[in-house]
Write a protein that binds this ligand. Structure first.
Ligand SMILES: [Zn+2]
Length: 371
């Protein structure tokens, strides 16, 4: 009998101003908190967070996040947490600050709370943390074994961030359903514990992520561009953060992230956000898996409307050579690459050809829409 597994955060709370409730959620599980906070929010948020926690009887110590999720940064936070006897580590900021907080909590055997200030990553809900070198190069993934106890998403904070973060988050979230389907069809394991088959719940959440993006993505962008909070914006914040986070962890990723990872070998892509590169990876995935034209058109139109990259030129790779594409195909074939969970036979050639074709089809779609 196949074993199935599901995991997620214990509490997820979202809405304008919810950061004021942090103390109420922390107090039942810890009396002392270490807060790892992005430097950008030091002046604006530290006094109110400290007051809010103290009001519920929780003492706090603050660490100004150094900007990169390195082993050294994690060690610094662990030392601060030990010195203050922290029972919970609260991460406030972008994905790297949250990952550092989660990994520090793991080492301290402390509870975890995440307070994201942008909606561009899956980090707030997941049990995984990524470590980089001091130069910002991907190093390794840390499995923290537990998801955060509390995820507090203050949409008032999120809407104040540059809209490119929200759009990039939609690019990442767009991959969730297609990649979940790859894993379901190829019967690959998810990222819960040592890996299980997906539950019905996990699969439905991944599909809901897709449906919310298609329904509300364009409307959310129109509102968010002017800093306005509408139900569509709240739905997209939830899709980018909760639905995408639960969807990828409970079902698995595949070729959109696999192509993304291989493309990072080409320097021009370093100037783009994770979700922007993943969006192009989605188009490549659909071609690689031989999905019907209607699906490709839906994904292409969504990305084009939002301004997400769909061609090699959009990612600064206008001059990419045959040799470049061939090397990306070879890189993607590495046994550790997540691309192997697609339900089709892979070769370096089939990956390179799919990337080229995805870009060409997107160019044709864009040209067709202009006339
Ligand atoms: Zn991603």
């Amino acid at each position: 009998m196949t074993q199935r597994g599901y995991g997620g955060p214990l509490r997820y709370v979202q809405g304008p101003g919810v950061i004021a409730d942090l103390g109420a959620y922390v107090a039942p599980i810890a009396t002392s908190a270490l807060v790892v906070i992005d430097a950008f929010f030091w002046d604006s948020l530290v006094p109110s967070i400290e007051k809010g926690l103290a009001g519920k009887g929780v003492s706090s110590r603050f660490v100004r996040f150094g900007g990169e999720a390195t082993d050294a940064e994690v060690e610094r936070c662990v030392a601060e947490g030990r010195a203050s006897g922290a029972g919970i580590v609260i991460g406030v900021g972008g994905g790297k600050a949250l990952d550092t907080a989660k990994i520090a909590a793991f080492h301290l055997d402390a509870r975890i709370a995440t307070v994201p200030t942008i909606a561009s990553t899956d980090s707030p809900t997941s049990s995984l943390g990524v470590i980089y070198t001091a130069d910002g190069v991907y190093d390794h993934v840390v499995r923290c074994g537990r998801n955060p106890d509390i995820v507090l998403v203050d949409s008032e904070l999120i809407i104040r961030a540059p809209v490119r973060f929200l759009v990039s988050g939609m690019g990442d979230a767009l991959s969730t359903w297609y990649e979940a389907r790859s894993n379901l069809e190829s019967r690959s394991n998810n990222y819960i514990g040592d890996g299980y088959a997906a539950t019905v719940a996990g699969a439905r959440i991944a599909r809901a992520c897709h449906d919310v993006l298609m329904r509300d993505g364009r409307s959310a962008l129109a509102a968010a561009r002017s800093g306005r909070l509408t139900p569509a914006v709240e739905n997209i914040i939830e899709a980018n953060t909760l639905l995408s986070g639960l969807g990828f962890e409970n079902c698995g990723v595949s070729a959109a992230h696999g192509v993304h990872d291989a493309l990072t070998a080409l320097e021009p892509t370093h100037h783009f956000f994770h979700g922007e590169k993943v969006a192009f990876g989605v188009i490549c995935l659909l071609v690689l898996e031989g999905r019907p034209p209607e699906e490709l058109e839906e994904a292409l139109d969504f990305c084009i409307d939002l301004g997400l990259p769909t061609t090699l030129a959009d990612l600064g790779l206008k001059d990419a050579t045959e040799a470049d594409l061939a090397s990306v195909g070879e890189l993607a074939m590495k046994p550790t690459n997540v691309i192997h969970s697609v339900p089709v036979t892979l070769t370096a050639r089939s990956i390179a050809d799919s990337i080229w074709t995805a870009s060409r089809l997107a160019e044709e779609r864009k040209a067709g829409r202009r006339c």
